[in-house]
Design a protein around this ligand. Structure first.
Ligand code: CU
Length: 143
């Protein structure tokens, strides 16, 4: 009997390790409510590495947009600029924040009108090929 319990415990532990191997967890995903006719939207989220190995985010895409890219806003000499984030590495256990004024998902050419309360599904790609998919809710402020 004792042996059987030990085996069951081992299987549970293995299952937990497999779940953690998926790694990338997307939390609090939202898109700022755009003005009517906007062709450029911004999305935000927290990207958490729940796995044991570093995660390299390589890009993103979604059917609701002509293109999705990762950007970073920088302020230089009082001028706001943004530049592409080509590769983003998230250490095990770390969370990377995408928030107004900093990193953001640049959502170009929406294929449908998006209003407050709508959701847009975005897939985030990683070098391991697993990636993560999240529904970004359209809102005036973070959820
Ligand atoms: Cu941008």
């Amino acid at each position: 009997m004792r042996g059987r319990i030990a085996i069951a415990g081992g299987v549970l532990l293995l299952a937990a390790r497999i779940a953690a191997a998926a790694g990338l967890v997307v939390e609090g995903a939202w898109i700022r409510t755009p003005p009517p006719g906007a062709t450029m939207l911004a999305g935000y989220a927290r990207l958490r590495n729940a796995g044991a190995a570093p995660i390299v985010v390589t890009g993103a895409d979604g059917a609701d947009f002509g293109s999705v890219s990762l950007h970073e806003s920088i302020s230089a000499d009082g001028v706001e600029r943004m530049r592409p984030l080509t590769e983003l590495t998230i250490a095990p256990g770390a969370t990377v924040l995408f928030a107004p004024g900093g990193r953001h998902f640049m959502l170009m050419r929406p294929t449908r009108a998006l209003a407050a309360g709508d959701r847009a599904r975005i897939h985030i790609s990683t070098s391991s090929g697993d990636g993560a998919t999240a529904d970004f809710v359209v809102a005036d402020a973070p959820p």
